[in-house]
Design a protein around this ligand. Structure first.
Ligand code: SAM
Length: 315
């Protein structure tokens, strides 16, 4: 359906858990323990998806926290597919990916976004507070070999991983894999770091590799380019430098059921209060989609500002 600003909203992101097996420095506080919470159950997720489909949702992304930590992930994918959704994706840190790929394929998963901010083992360990880069890479390559659509998402921070831009960009020259640079959003732990502007990253890649002059695409909130001789694309998601809201086509539901119209704004509606009937679910989704703000307010005084970390929202 169209929201009040005329944007076609066809994309639903569902967070499956706030828990994560990594603690990326800009995402989760170091001392985070296991978070006990009433996660949406498989049945609740399916009720929501069934009614979201009626409103024109045809693409679902499962995220977190870390979605691969959910024991019933395969079942969730399989049942969503059974409801008629072909565009099912996950966003993952990739640590547990390799062992789950066969089941995910059988369940009908179409694509995987893997978060990867550097290709240097020690730096990866530092950014993720202990993550094993080899595990991520072997999962990624196996997934690619199995025919999943793969995208890499990278957040670049000043003084941390600026030197990784060139290596990450080079992936698109070697493989038909898209690498997308996402500007750091000033939320939660992210406020402690300074993100690198995507214009600067573009300039950096341009100087080293050059871009193909005749290639440019916009898909959702990403702008895509290709390096000279590139197989995959370079994507830029620029919430800060180039407000991406005009092309926002999504609505989010957190792992505990909060409906989020915008990443940057607090939610005050929990879909669990509306699960009694299909009519109520459809209705509340319709109301919330309609109330999507025209633009986020990152960097501005905003009493509705979301103060949670990304793992609590579902990035
Ligand atoms: N655990 C999964 C993963 O690592 O992809 C899914 C959840 S994680 C919160 C999703 C994405 O959010 C990651 O790509 C991470 O880099 C991104 N992220 C977290 N905090 C962010 C921030 N402040 N600004 C921009 N991206 C952020």
């Amino acid at each position: 359906m169209k929201d009040n600003s005329g944007r076609e909203i066809n994309y639903l992101r569902i967070s499956l858990t706030k828990n994560c097996n990594l603690k990326c420095i800009y995402c989760l506080p170091e001392k985070t323990e296991h978070i006990e919470e009433e996660e949406l159950s498989l049945e609740e997720i399916l009720k929501i998806v069934k009614n979201a489909i009626k409103l024109g949702i045809n693409k679902i992304r499962l995220t977190g926290g870390e979605p691969l930590l959910r024991k019933d992930l395969i079942e969730i994918v399989k049942e969503i597919k059974f409801l008629g959704i072909d565009e099912i994706y996950i966003t993952t840190n990739g640590i547990l990916l390799e062992e789950k790929l066969e089941d995910l394929k059988k369940a009908g998963l179409k694509g995987i976004n893997i978060s990867l901010d550097t290709l240097e083992k020690e730096l990866f360990k530092k950014i993720t507070r202990g993550g094993n880069l080899d595990k991520v890479i072997s999962g990624l390559l196996k997934a690619k070999g199995m025919g999943f659509e793969i995208k890499i998402n990278s957040v670049i921070m000043k003084g941390i991983n600026e030197n990784s831009i060139i290596d990450l960009g080079e992936i698109t020259k070697k493989y038909n894999i898209d690498v997308r640079f996402i500007e750091l959003m000033p939320m939660g732990e992210g406020k402690k770091y300074k993100g690198i502007n995507n214009k600067e990253i573009y300039k950096n890649l341009e100087e080293i590799y050059g871009f193909q002059k005749d290639f440019f695409q916009i898909k959702g909130v990403s702008e895509y380019y290709k390096l000279v001789d590139g197989k995959g694309k370079i994507g830029f998601i620029s919430p800060i430098n180039n407000c991406f809201c005009e092309n926002c086509n999504k609505i989010r539901i957190t792992s505990t059921g909060e409906i989020k119209r915008c990443l940057n704004m607090k939610s005050n509606i929990n879909i669990k209060d509306y699960l009694k009937s299909d009519e109520e679910i459809e209705n509340i989704l319709k109301i919330e989609i309609n109330k999507k703000p025209e633009k986020h307010l990152f960097g501005k005084e905003n009493i509705d500002e979301e103060r949670k970390n990304m793992n609590e929202i579902g990035g």
